[in-house]
Ligand binder design. Structure first.
Ligand code: NAP
Length: 527
């Protein structure tokens, strides 16, 4: 049952006076539940509890943390239809999408549980002492990864489950041993509260300390700002707009003690279509890309917002085919009035740019909160000089850039801001000739796709979801997959520490039987 209250540790609390409701974009009405924004005292309580809980969390065994994460997954599944219904009412997304995203969320939690059970992720590294070394003896030094401390998580509106309350950032931070305070997304506050209740139930059942998790309601920037400024908060995870992520990054950098902000933000995901591939499969590509651009009403961070090709008859045909295909797609609902408002205004801003041509624009009437898909085109030279055209238009919008030749194509790519993905559509024979274009693309993105679409982010250890700024604030890390845990830890060394005082991961006898780098050799052997 939705209460509209905050979880301050394991207690429901509603001391604040500011209230708000979520919105059903399909019905174009507010949902009934009233949510009470966390007040300043509640924010401080949540952070203090998290800071206290960290004293226990930082030394919890992998097995205990794995039990907690598995229990969260079980509790989320136990929410069953109640969760699916509220998800759909707060997003306008269909039931199939809700169930798919729930599966992904539960899968992520279980993947981290497995990682913790196995235990080698801490990168235990042991260099034993050499007392007889000349000219100086060498100490015994042992290193492993340790958690940072309380983490604040902000989720995006377009993934109420997988990138939100119990999404990848939360799962990874809890796995690392960091307590988590979620700044709930106002557009799916009910979904957030149900998920928070599942996490609290799981925490209670598995004996986690009070404060390991809190969920704070808010509909504005105040709660998030206070959280990021709080001296006891040690890191931030953010998924959302460049504007929001950058504001929080700057805020964290200005603190007396600056802290890392791992923000996953916008991207226009360039797709390079080489001439021979265009000739051989242009028609099929047009269909595929009409589907990818409009998938989920274009509300994916990996939406292909930029298609790059070399001028000519084939590219003109492709643009015509793409236009024909995309207007056949039935428009669908966007997540909330703010997001459709931003789509319309960003699109209008793009359309006002000189020398840009609209080639497809769904122009029949649509219901309230439904988005009209649009495709535009510009010349390479125009794109290079006008950086407004490089900005994300979050929604079912894409622009085809017509380049004069391979050199200009390479130039266009190197002018792009950092991106989550880049895609190459090529015939096998031609890819090699365009190695400079491919190199330029690789230098701008976190993931490169061959003959596919960028939409769809598999959760697996080899996935990189991130990229050079502004795709993310730190391109050295991924936000998806088990390696995303590395955002919430720091390396730590013990020098000449007695064996019985070392954590199990670093003890001579290797009681956890994990894989360690011992004197430069990867092994599970005892020291
Ligand atoms: P958003 O408007 O940036 O909101 C995300 C969260 O940040 C909300 O809780 C919001 O709170 C908070 N926030 C935003 N600006 C803030 C500020 N200045 N100070 C404090 N808090 C702030 O993003 P969205 O509209 O939900 O999501 C759409 C965007 O997310 C798109 O640009 C999309 O590309 C991006 N996205 C990226 C990824 C990725 O993995 N890279 C994944 C999904 C989505 P309030 O709403 O209460 O202000």
């Amino acid at each position: 049952m939705i209460t509209g209250k905050n979880y301050i540790g394991n207690q429901l609390s509603a001391k604040g006076s500011k209230t708000y409701k979520t919105f059903n974009p399909q019905l174009n009405i507010n949902n009934e539940n009233v949510f009470i924004e966390a007040d300043s005292q509640e924010i401080n309580e949540a952070v203090s509890l998290a800071s206290n809980a960290f004293k226990e969390c930082r030394t919890l065994s992998g097995k205990r943390k794995a039990e907690f994460l598995s229990a969260i997954a079980d509790e989320i599944l136990a929410l069953d239809d109640e969760l699916i219904k509220i998800y759909c009412s707060e997003t306008g997304l269909p039931e199939g999408r809700a169930k798919g995203e729930r599966g992904r969320t539960v899968g992520q939690l279980r993947a981290f549980a497995e990682l913790l059970e196995e235990g080698s992720w801490v990168e235990a590294t042991i260099d034993t002492a050499q007392p007889d070394r000349q000219p100086m003896p060498k100490s015994d030094i042992r290193k492993m990864l340790v958690p940072l401390g309380p983490v604040v998580v902000f989720g995006a509106s377009n993934f109420p489950l997988a990138y939100s309350t119990a999404g990848g950032d939360t799962a990874a931070a809890l796995a690392a041993g960091c307590p988590v305070i979620v700044k709930s997304h106002p557009m799916h506050a009910g979904t957030g509260e149900l998920i928070a209740s599942a996490i609290i139930n799981a925490a209670n059942k598995t004996g986690m300390p009070n404060g390991v998790f809190s969920n704070l309601n808010s509909s504005g920037i105040e709660v998030g700002t206070q959280l990021v400024s709080h001296p006891k908060v040690k890191a931030v995870g953010f998924t959302g707009s460049i504007r929001g992520g950058r504001a929080l990054y700057d805020l964290a950098a200005k603190r007396e003690e600056p802290i890392p902000v791992f923000a996953e933000m916008g991207s226009i995901n360039p797709v390079v279509i080489l001439p021979s591939a265009l000739k051989n499969k242009g028609e099929a590509l047009a269909k595929t890309y009409a589907g990818s651009i409009t998938l989920g009403t274009g509300q994916f961070c990996t939406n292909p917002g930029l298609l790059l090709g070399i001028k000519g008859e084939e590219l003109s045909h492709f643009i015509q085919n793409l236009s024909n295909e995309i207007v056949k797609v039935e428009p669908s609902c966007m997540l909330h009035p703010n997001i459709i408002g931003a789509y319309e205004s960003n699109k209008q801003k793009a359309l006002k740019q000189p020398e840009l041509t609209v080639v497809a624009d769904y122009n029949s009437d649509v219901k309230a909160n439904y988005a009209r898909q649009t495709v535009t085109t510009v010349e390479g030279a125009t794109f290079i000089k006008n950086t407004t055209l490089h900005q994300e238009v979050f929604g079912p919008y894409s622009m085809v850039v017509q380049c004069e030749n391979a050199e200009q194509l390479e130039q266009v790519i190197s002018k792009l801001e950092g991106q989550l993905t880049g895609t190459l559509i090529a015939d096998d024979d031609e890819a090699k000739q365009y190695y400079k274009v491919i190199d330029a693309l690789q230098n701008r993105v976190g993931r490169i796709i061959y003959n596919g679409v960028p939409t769809g982010v598999e959760v697996c250890p080899s996935m990189v979801h991130g990229g050079p700024y502004p795709a993310s604030t730190d391109s050295r890390f991924t936000a998806v997959g088990i390696h995303s845990i590395k955002r919430w830890v720091r390396p730590f060394s013990y020098q000449d520490w007695p064996n019985n005082l070392l954590p199990d991961e670093l003890k001579n006898e290797n009681p956890l039987k994990i894989s360690r780098l011992v004197n430069n050799k990867q092994t599970k052997d005892v020291v």
